[in-house]
Design a protein around this ligand. Structure first.
Ligand code: NAI
Ligand code: MG
Length: 504
């Protein structure tokens, strides 16, 4: 294969080099198969733009085969008849196998996505495998309820009424590239715990770790057809999955724009929909932050972590007027110290954006800011001329109406505005179509609670940022999505409630 010389240069683990050479098939009904069309597509190393390898380009026909396999496995396979405890043990084993291969998975994730090996190893992987371990425990704890019914029109009636929580059925899951394995884990964990079967469509930019996870799931004992993985493009494979009439539910993480297309595609058979979409999260620093230096580091991390390619990125900074300059200068200083480079180089702090398309999108926003007259305190352009790097950027002198303040940029780009009044601040912070996350840094406990309550967002951090846990529900208000991932709440998206009434 043409990718071989590139692979040798990358100096990957022997296991990853071997895996990449076999990563050109789809997982359908427990078997690795070529796409029906025989077509493949490239996945790139975003640090250089070189092709790592080519994966199978799944399309409508492959989605059809995968959905048929998932339906068969749901209706007839051992998955349906095995006990919840057996299901839980398999899900737990997936987490264990990820732990066993954690370094290889982290390397593969860093290579395909561009993030640093350290972030993949110490953030993505621990969270992703924990999502399986956490959901393994839920398999045996999905319960209905009993109801003391009165039935006013049946005098003297005597009934035993209860509800069953049953798996929703065949689920289509469409995931993005910013945390590829973690997004797969957030979606697969609850689906499997609930007893659903799945067709997973990874992002075309980052197909590799999902395919490796597919191998580990087979090793863990996931029966054929329970999880099918169809790599391919969104407009073809993704759109066919969202529209398929035999899919009972579709779960999507990605852009708000595509989220709306998913809703339309789902209307055909009224499949259930859950969406985790974009964000433009406000991060507010009061002058009484418990530790202003810590808040500055926290704010830098909030926007620059994972190169700003986070749906929860703290991209709108509001700092109280009297500390505004200090905060902006502090964040800018930290931005200038960030060393950009190949994610697998040990001294790299920040890697490239994921793709040429994202580079164009993010630099397009920088140009828009420039045209609108913002001031760049630091950064503001592409870094280097190879790979998809963007300078960590801080902008001031912005207005709420500008696209850089209103739209999700998904790069290491911060817009900063001063405030002096709490009420005005809340209005500015909530002045967005998004509502995924928000943060506030203050010592004043009443103010912290007041603001946490006032935010229209699914997650609020107080004196911290980017704290996630499998036990916490995660999702968005407004156009940031429908439904919640993780925690027991995620199971509601993968189950139906059936009321049963027995006349006694
Ligand atoms: P996207 O929303 O197009 O892609 C996400 C997933 O949806 C991928 O698997 C893609 O193949 C699939 N997809 C694309 N079009 C589809 C369609 N018509 N039907 C079904 N599936 C489809 O996101 P993209 O283009 O990669 O990034 C664009 C912007 O989206 C980013 O700049 C960022 O603002 C936002 N985004 C947000 C994410 C989040 O975590 N909320 C993750 C990725 C992107
Ligand atoms: Mg797209």
């Amino acid at each position: 294969m043409t990718a071989a010389p590139v692979l040798e240069k990358l100096n990957l683990s022997a296991a990853n080099t071997a895996f990449i050479k076999r990563a050109s098939k789809l997982l359908i009904n427990g078997e690795w198969v070529h796409s029906a069309s025989g077509k493949t597509f490239p996945t790139y190393n975003p640090a250089t733009g070189e092709v790592i390898t080519r994966c199978a380009e799944g399309d409508k026909e492959d989605i059809k085969r995968a959905v048929a396999a998932a339906r068969e496995a749901f209706e007839k396979g051992p998955w349906k008849t095995m006990t919840a405890a057996e299901r839980g043990r398999i899900i737990w084993k997936i987490g264990d196998l990820m732990l066993e291969h954690i370094d290889d998975l982290a390397e593969l994730e860093a290579l395909d996505n561009g993030k640093t090996r350290s972030v993949a190893r110490h953030v993505d992987l621990p969270l992703a495998l924990d999502a399986f371990h956490y959901m393994a425990g839920w398999a045996t704890k999905i319960c209905g309820q009993t109801f003391p019914i009165s039935v006013p029109y049946v005098p003297g009636g005597n009934f035993h009424a209860f509800s069953l929580r049953e798996p929703v059925g065949v689920v289509g899951q469409i995931i993005p590239w910013n945390f590829p394995l973690l997004m797969a884990a957030w979606k697969l964990g609850p689906a499997l715990a609930a007893g659903c079967t799945v067709v997973l469509k990874p992002a075309e930019q980052t197909p590799l770790t999902a395919l490796r996870l597919g191998e580990l799931m087979i090793e863990a004992g996931v029966p054929p057809g329970v999880v099918n993985i169809v790599t391919g493009y969104g407009e073809t494979a993704g759109a066919s999955l969202a529209a398929h009439d035999d899919v009972d539910k579709v779960a999507f993480t990605g852009s708000t724009e595509v989220g709306k297309l998913i809703v339309q595609a789902a209307a055909g058979n009224l499949k259930k929909v859950s969406l985790e979409l974009g964000g433009k999260s406000p991060n507010v620093i009061f002058k009484d932050a418990p530790d202003l230096a810590g808040a500055i580091t926290g704010a830098a991390n909030a926007v620059f972590f994972n190169h700003g390619q986070c749906c929860v990125a703290g991209t709108r900074l509001y700092a109280e007027k009297s500390v505004f300059d200090q905060v902006v200068d502090g964040i800018s200083e930290q931005a200038q110290k960030i060393k950009l480079g190949f994610g697998l180089d040990p001294d790299t702090d920040m890697g490239p954006l994921v793709s040429e398309e994202q580079l164009a999108r993010v630099t397009g926003y920088l140009d828009a800011g420039r045209r609108d007259g913002v001031e760049f305190v630091t950064g503001g352009k592409r870094f280097g001329d190879r790979g998809y790097f963007v300078e960590p950027t801080v902008m001031t002198k912005t207005k709420n109406t500008m696209s850089v303040v209103q739209e999700e940029i998904f790069g290491p780009v911060l817009v900063a505005q001063p405030f002096s009044d709490e009420e005005e601040l809340i209005n500015m912070a909530n002045d967005t179509t998004y509502g995924l996350a928000a943060a506030v840094w203050t010592k004043d406990i009443s103010r912290a609670h007041r603001i946490a309550k006032a935010y229209r967002a699914g997650t609020v951090w107080v004196n911290c940022y980017n704290i996630f846990d499998s036990a916490l529900p995660f999702g968005g208000y407004k156009q940031s999505g429908w439904g919640r991932e993780m925690s027991g709440e995620a199971l509601e998206l993968y189950t139906e409630s059936k009321a049963v009434i027995v006349a006694l």
